[in-house]
Design a protein around this ligand. Structure first.
Ligand SMILES: CC(C)(COP(=O)(O)OP(=O)(O)OC[C@H]1O[C@@H](n2cnc3c(N)ncnc32)[C@H](O)[C@@H]1OP(=O)(O)O)[C@@H](O)C(=O)NCCC(=O)NCCS
Length: 327
């Protein structure tokens, strides 16, 4: 069995890769919808803008047994962590395939001048001992929450929107932020201090636009609702509706700037988002969100809106110098 690198995946290789994802999903159901073949193909054929990726597989003849994708945001040597995802067919685990792919990916990280790498995994799955035995440490715990929209009363949402705090006004946009709000949005995103520090990259207008373009390039639609205090964004929330929505939308960032906290702005922008989506995208039946386990305020806001905890995931990080070498 060899480790092969996929520079330009063929249709057959994309099908094999998708087969591995499907088998892994069936064995470790996370409450997520099953992977879609089109999405797998799009992900393999092009990295997200502003990012490069390298792909490897362990194959027995034409059949893939395990796959690994390494996402490299920014230029080679950029001071941003890369992201690794390794998946091994359930019947082929504990034979060192995952470790082989990780070692090959570690060489890729060194070749790209990276100093750290992250992985997001579900708590309570084999990924935890796998990563912990390879130099990774847990840096963040995330609570995956789900809101069933048919359980949300439109009257209650309308009341929450009407009861917004004085001195603020709501604005909303689809896709890339309008120029007049771009700097203010970058400033507000920096208010998500925990995540910003952890990612190590400050937000600016360019990065805010780049993130929205990444979503659009995938064919997904980004919705943003913000509360303005004068020209400043005091708080905002973002939801992405995937192209093949299948009824589930994803909560992206929500933040309230420190000087505006304690006025229920988080609840206000989120309620306004629910109202907008109900009118604009009635096919959306549920919204999923990940919250840092120690973010009690955000979790409380979500619970007030009716979100329920579904699963716990963890972000792991390793210094590339701590990773095993291939060979
Ligand atoms: C996590 C995963 C990639 C591990 O793949 P694998 O090929 O079984 O891992 P390896 O055989 O290379 O294991 C290497 C070491 O990791 C640890 N490990 C892996 N799975 C483990 C488990 N279920 N329980 C305890 N330790 C485990 C062990 O130390 C193991 O060495 P050992 O077998 O000599 O004891 C695989 O279980 C998987 O695909 N899970 C689902 C997808 C996922 O969560 N991926 C992680 C994203 S990075």
């Amino acid at each position: 069995m060899d480790v092969i690198e996929l520079d330009d995946p063929t249709d057959a290789q994309i099908r094999e890769w998708h087969g591995v994802l499907t088998a892994v999903h069936a064995a470790d159901p996370a409450g997520d919808p099953a992977p879609e073949p089109e999405r797998t193909a799009a992900g393999l054929l092009g990295a997200e803008p502003g990012s490069r990726q390298r792909l490897w597989a362990v194959a027995d003849g034409d059949r893939m047994l395990a796959v690994a994708a390494l996402r490299l945001p920014g230029e080679p040597g950029a001071d941003r962590p890369a992201e690794i995802d390794v998946r091994v067919r359930p019947g082929w685990r504990r034979r060192g395939l995952g470790a082989r792919l990780l070692a090959v990916a570690a060489e890729g990280l060194r070749a790209d001048g990276r100093s750290s790498v992250i992985a997001q995994v579900l708590a309570g799955t084999p990924a935890v001992p796998f990563l912990e035995s390879h130099g990774f440490e847990c840096v963040l715990t995330l609570k995956g929450m789900l809101l069933q929209l048919d359980e949300v009363s439109p009257e209650r949402v309308a009341r929450l929107v009407a009861e917004g705090p004085r001195g603020y006004r709501l604005v909303r946009w689809r896709g890339v932020v309008p120029d007049e709000h771009a700097d203010a949005l970058a400033h507000a995103k920096t208010a998500m201090a925990d995540l910003a520090e952890y990612e190590g990259t400050p937000w600016d207008a360019h990065r805010v636009r780049e993130m929205a373009e990444v979503v659009a390039k995938r064919g997904d639609e980004l919705y943003t609702v913000a509360a303005l205090a004068g020209d400043a964004i005091a708080g905002f929330t973002e939801v992405v509706v995937p192209a093949d929505a299948a009824g589930r939308a994803a909560q992206y960032d929500t933040a309230v700037a420190p000087e505006h906290r304690g006025r229920r702005l988080g609840l206000w922008v989120k309620a306004a988002m629910l109202q907008w989506l109900a009118a604009e995208r009635p096919e959306v039946r549920e919204i999923e969100t990940d919250n840092a386990g120690d973010n009690a305020h955000m979790i409380a806001v979500n619970e007030e809106l009716g979100f329920r905890v579904e699963r716990e995931s963890r972000e792991y990080q390793a210094a590339v110098s701590a990773l095993p070498t291939a060979g």
